[in-house]
Design a protein around this ligand. Structure first.
Ligand code: FES
Length: 122
């Protein structure tokens, strides 16, 4: 799946949020658009590094979590799906354990400029 083809996919240069809005070792869910057409993201921060993944499990294609308070993660290490608990590597998005081991989350390229987290050009 190519994330650029999804409804409400952000264009390169789109500011997603400020780095300071995500705690070090924290995660932020972000929905661009509404309802079924929403482009759903999870942004993870580890120090000055950030990673963004589609909020879409590689197993059944459902959200890893529907609400921020349901997101299961171990800071700087991994995050898990709420449904069957597949575990994904924080930095790479690869599934470490679970039904979809060996597959991976879909990542978006990011860059940080002046403290803003932007979608990078591909
Ligand atoms: S749907 Fe995510 S682990 Fe099964």
């Amino acid at each position: 799946m190519d994330w650029q083809d999804l409804p409400n996919a952000p264009l390169p240069g789109t500011c997603l949020c400020r780095l300071e809005e995500i705690a070090d070792g924290g995660a932020r869910m972000l929905d661009l658009g509404e309802g079924n057409e929403a482009f759903r993201l999870i942004i993870l921060r580890s120090g000055e590094q950030v990673h963004a993944y589609l909020n879409r499990c590689a197993h059944f294609g459902v959200p890893l979590a529907q609400r921020p308070e349901h997101l299961i993660f171990t800071p700087h290490e991994s995050l898990r799906c709420n449904v069957h608990y597949a575990r994904y590597h924080w930095q790479s998005g690869h599934c470490i354990t679970g039904e979809c081991a060996g597959e991976h989350l879909i990542s978006l390229p990011l860059t940080i400029q002046d403290g803003n987290i932007l979608v990078a050009g591909t």
